[in-house]
Design a binder for this molecule. Structure first.
Ligand SMILES: Cc1cc2nc3c(=O)[nH]c(=O)nc-3n(C[C@H](O)[C@H](O)[C@H](O)COP(=O)(O)O)c2cc1C
Length: 454
């Protein structure tokens, strides 16, 4: 944005501020902005709102850096691509050397950010609060900020192209407590399904689904491998197919288009997930609610699929659904099963991911392709579950004893330049090791099995 491009906002517009409650209840995070610039007057008004935010001991140690210069922007974009999303990119920093008590510097910065976003909204300007910043120290150096000025966030401003639907909020009676905390945590701080109730899994999935499909991007090599195995194992033109707990429906969509004549039903836990899956499917599918309708449902299925879902449920639960599946499948039917092998690079890669900053519970809980608790399984464990519930393995395929290039880049690419470089180096190593891949089956990450009634 150059000064020439900036047009003046009519002063009348600055006078038509909305009420506080309208601003609070109608503001939305915007991720799709128009290119139109925001005028200096409007920006000044927004920064003015920041100045009037509360700050710890009234120290007002904010410094805001507006990044306009294309070269600076390009350099910063190596750490966070968000700077390319909107016409205004404002980095928010706060002095961290005076007010360290109780994260006072974070609180003071956050108060200013919220003031700015509400003021912007009341002026018709949309915003996005961004903490996906890569190496903030490098950004700080690029922007010339001193070491004491910690960058807390980037805030984007611009006129909206698309405003998302309001995400649902937790109810007041759940989050407000009188005198003593009387609730229970929504979700455990653990990624082990054994520590989750079915109700918590359901609730977490709904929260993730609310955020939309951007949380469901597959690694292309992984998706291709699963689909290759699926087409190898399952050769049906028609008949009845039950896709069990497909969650976001990534593979349900593929099954629906690759097997256009099969009568496809999927079982999931909530109406919201039904809608999400149905929206992406190329045709209308049947669905049934898990667990009740699923456990009581009709028999006679020709094919079933269970793709990366055993790992997301407590062991008792998965034995229960495998038992029901066995009852509902025809004696000459088949189950397509895919799972992530714990005895593979999956675990070290997750550990590494934690080390580069993706260590919040959310990341541990949401390793693709799952959205929720997830514990990779060993082939022995899965074989025992199948055996105990009346199934036997007829054929098997495995993929990725060595991480494919796109997986490394997929996991690393989101987190700044250094990690990206490390990812590229690992990609080269994995390419060199590719020839020995086939003998490393037992340590392959993705297993696809053709399973039939015992
Ligand atoms: C501390 C913080 C960090 C955030 N970081 C991001 C981010 O990196 N990327 C993004 O798209 N949204 C980010 N958001 C926006 C949230 O996703 C958004 O506020 C939430 O989904 C609720 O939607 P709403 O703001 O429309 O009410 C962030 C919000 C906060 C408060």
């Amino acid at each position: 944005m150059t000064p020439d491009e900036i047009h003046r906002t009519p002063s009348a517009m600055l006078d038509t501020l909305m009420s506080v409650d309208e601003a609070i209840f109608t503001r939305r995070t915007c991720r799709k902005f128009r290119k139109d610039p925001v005028s200096p007057e409007t920006l000044t008004k927004i920064i003015d709102a920041a100045r009037y935010a509360p700050s710890s001991c009234n120290l007002q140690l904010w410094d805001f850096v507006l990044v306009n210069d294309p070269e600076t922007k390009a350099e910063v974009a190596e750490e966070t691509r968000y700077v390319h999303l909107a016409p205004v990119s404002l980095f928010v920093s706060y002095g961290n050397n005076y007010t360290r008590e109780n994260y006072a510097w974070v609180q003071s910065a956050a108060a200013a950010i919220q003031n700015m976003m509400l003021m912007a909204h009341s002026l018709g300007v949309a915003s996005c609060w961004v903490d996906t910043l890569g190496d903030v120290d490098r950004i700080r150096r690029i922007l010339g900020l001193p070491a004491e000025r910690e960058i807390l966030a980037l805030v984007l401003f611009g006129y909206p192209e698309l405003i998302p639907k309001a995400p649902r909020r937790r109810a007041i009676d759940i989050l407000l407590h009188y005198d003593k905390y009387k609730g229970r945590l929504n979700w455990p701080s653990s990624d082990d399904p054994e520590e989750w109730t079915l109700e918590q899994i359901r609730d977490f999935q709904m929260a993730k689904i609310r955020n939309g499909a951007r949380y469901n991007k597959p690694v292309p090599s992984e998706r291709d491998a699963v689909l290759e195995a699926l087409e190898d194992f399952v050769d049906v033109q028609e008949g009845r197919w039950l896709d069990v707990l497909p969650l976001t429906g990534l593979y349900t969509e593929e099954i629906a288009s690759r097997y256009p004549k099969v009568d496809l039903t999927f079982a999931e836990m909530t109406d919201q997930v039904f809608e999400f899956v149905q929206d992406r499917a190329p045709r209308t599918l049947r669905h049934e609610l898990y667990p009740d309708a699923f456990h009581e449902g009709p028999e006679g299925y020709d094919v079933m699929s269970l793709i990366f879902r055993l790992e997301g449920y407590p062991r008792d639960e998965r034995r229960q659904f495998l038992t029901t599946m066995r009852r509902r499948i025809k004696d000459d039917g088949q189950l397509f099963l895919a799972f992530i092998n714990r005895r593979s690079y999956h675990r070290p890669l997750r550990w590494m991911r934690g080390r580069i900053g993706h260590s919040g519970v959310e990341y541990a809980l949401a390793p693709d392709p799952s959205l929720g608790p997830f514990k990779a399984a060993t082939p022995g464990e899965i074989r025992a579950d199948l055996h105990a519930t009346g199934w036997r393995v007829r054929d098997r395929r495995h993929f990725f004893a060595i991480p494919p290039g796109d997986e490394i880049e997929f996991r690393a690419g989101r987190k700044g330049r250094k990690v990206k470089l490390a990812g590229q180096a690992l990609t080269r190593i994995s390419q060199l090791l590719q020839p020995v891949g086939p003998v490393l089956g037992p340590v392959a990450r993705v297993h696809a099995w053709d399973v039939v009634p015992a």
